[in-house]
Design a protein around this ligand. Structure first.
Ligand SMILES: [Zn+2]
Length: 243
């Protein structure tokens, strides 16, 4: 077990510049969320004032412009890094928002949800991680409710990497479009990565509408991670949440 976790951390550091931390961390115990900021000098942002996830409430009415999605069918690899299950995306898929273009890098999952909406937690949440040319990050979050089987997840889940460090190529390439709700209205706030190094300045777009996944699909994800992978809620502080 110890070996598997170590492997996961090494792998995280080498495969994703954006969601990685060089330090070893966990969701519970001594290396759990309460101590992330103290685990390494790299993680100092974890004790910042603009952290994610949050309880989205007290919304400010706003004229939010629609996100333009240009997603190709290009999710071709699924991996288990010991903290989540992630689908890596080939180059060439983008969103346009607030006059900027962000490229889709990967999407991954948390169970139960990290963000909560008006105090409501969901059984699973997907994060679609994007970066612009300067490395600024934008995350689109989608909440899953328990219900009908999710057809978009079906192929990827059939290649579920069971152990930390496992990686499989997806013979049936996935589209991130298949995991988004039809109506793409969103809530908007500024936050951070929800894992070390907890980098701030991340633009968050949380879909107002949910999608469904079956009980079996959600439990097969939780099963391979062995524990809940949601960081506790962080203080909103001076931030505004737009709707
Ligand atoms: Zn995430």
């Amino acid at each position: 077990m110890k070996k598997a976790i170590l492997l996961a951390c090494v792998m995280l550091a080498s495969t994703s510049a954006f969601s990685s931390s060089k330090s070893h961390w966990a969701y519970s115990g001594h290396e759990g969320p309460e101590n992330w900021a103290k685990l390494s000098a790299d993680n100092i942002a974890c004790s910042g004032n603009n952290q994610s996830p949050i309880n989205l409430s007290g919304f400010i009415e706003s004229e939010l412009t629609p996100i333009t999605f240009n997603y190709k069918k290009a999710g071709d690899e699924i991996l288990n890094n010991g903290h989540t299950v992630q689908v890596n995306y080939k180059k060439g898929s983008h969103i346009q928002i607030e006059g900027q273009t962000f490229e889709l890098l990967q999407f991954h999952f948390h169970a139960p949800s990290e963000n909560v909406i008006n105090g409501k937690s969901y059984p699973m949440e997907a994060h679609f991680v994007h970066a612009d040319i300067k490395g600024n990050l934008a995350v689109i979050a989608v909440m899953f409710e328990k219900g009908a089987e999710n057809k978009g997840l079906k192929n990827a889940w059939s290649k579920m990497p069971e152990e930390a460090g496992d990686k499989h190529s997806l013979t049936t390439v996935m589209s991130a479009n298949d995991l988004l709700p039809e109506n793409r209205d969103y809530y908007r706030f500024n936050g951070s990565l929800t894992t070390p190094p907890c980098t701030e300045g991340v633009r968050w777009f949380v879909m107002k509408n949910t999608v469904s996944a079956s009980d079996k699909q959600i439990s097969s994800f939780s099963h391979v991670l062995h524990e809940a992978n949601n960081r506790p809620l962080q203080n909103v502080n001076a931030r505004v949440i737009l709707k």
